[in-house]
Design a protein around this ligand. Structure first.
Ligand code: ZN
Length: 295
């Protein structure tokens, strides 16, 4: 089962997180039927969003969004504090040739544009607060670097971000997916920062480690090397969408009586597809009649 682990090191001056998202990404790419390079981009984005969501207190939901001019068209991922994540891209079947070294050319499928982080709070308890939005230009398009650049620039938190996706030509198509986030908080000393930078630079690839059976805690051990850390908590991670047949009914009802009557007159039913998870809700004649009785 996919998990996310949250801990601290160097007397609380370094925040460390790691997650394995192999099954979570597999569910996302099965739902959206994404091309290999798009799958890699979506996986990195969902993993980065989960890691960042786990660092924030007093909020309900964190969304990372890329608006870009590359073939993918745009990527959106959303996670909550319970480590539930969902995500989608604008053009799931976009594809570009791999890099000369055989790796997915994620920066090419993304192109240029903007990287946004949106934090929302309060709605779970019925409060409507203005969301906090931070935006930076896309600097690399490889996504891990874009999360790191956003954190340094917009939140002034020097961070190391490792995100990786490994696919295979048989089911399950995701062989490994996961990531590590290390953040230097105020008070982190130069010596520790240098040690961590060296350790992360020399750490084995996240995806290779996951494929060999590494769990979230093992990824942290690999990234931090000789540096000790304390685990604060560990949570299961899952792809989960908040859509439901009831919400689909509400959406149809919001079209208004005249529109629902015209759907009934022209067709025997209709359907609504959730953009976030691609779930299709069929609304038949009986459902439409029931919706009409309630509006
Ligand atoms: Zn959905």
């Amino acid at each position: 089962m996919d998990k996310l682990i949250h801990g601290t090191a160097a007397g609380g001056t370094v925040r460390v997180l790691a997650t394995v998202t192999t099954d979570t990404l597999d569910e996302a790419i099965r739902r959206h039927e994404t091309s290999p390079t798009v799958s890699a981009a979506l996986g990195r984005m969902m993993t980065g969003t989960l890691l960042l969501a786990a660092t924030l207190k007093d909020f309900d939901r964190l969304t990372a969004k890329i608006d870009c001019d590359g073939p993918i068209g745009g990527i959106t991922a959303e996670a909550n504090a319970a480590c539930e994540v969902r995500g989608y891209v604008k053009n799931p079947i976009a594809e570009v040739p791999p890099k000369p070294n055989g790796k997915f050319d994620v920066s090419r499928v993304v192109g240029k544009g903007m990287f946004h982080i949106i934090r929302e709070s309060g709605f779970a308890i019925g409060l409507h607060r203005e969301p906090y939005i931070g935006s930076v230009p896309i600097t690399s398009g490889e996504i891990a670097e874009d999360f790191a650049y956003y954190l340094a620039k917009s939140e002034q938190i020097p961070s190391a971000v490792l995100l990786g996706v490994l696919l295979q030509n048989k089911e399950p198509f995701v062989a490994a997916s996961g990531g590590v986030l290390v953040q230097m908080l105020p008070g982190a000393n130069e010596h520790i920062i240098t040690m961590i930078e060296d350790s992360i630079t020399n750490a084995p690839h996240v995806t290779e480690a996951i494929r060999s059976g590494a769990e979230a805690i093992d990824l942290l051990r690999l990234a931090l090397g000789v540096i000790d850390f304390d685990v604060l908590d560990e949570k299961p991670v899952a792809f989960r969408c908040s859509c439901s047949i009831d919400r689909a009914f509400t959406m149809i009802a919001s079209l208004g009586r005249a529109e629902v009557l015209s759907i009934l007159a022209e067709q025997s039913g209709t359907s609504i597809t959730c953009g976030f998870c691609n779930e299709k809700y069929k609304i038949d004649k009986g459902d439409l009649e029931e919706i009409l009785r309630n509006i």
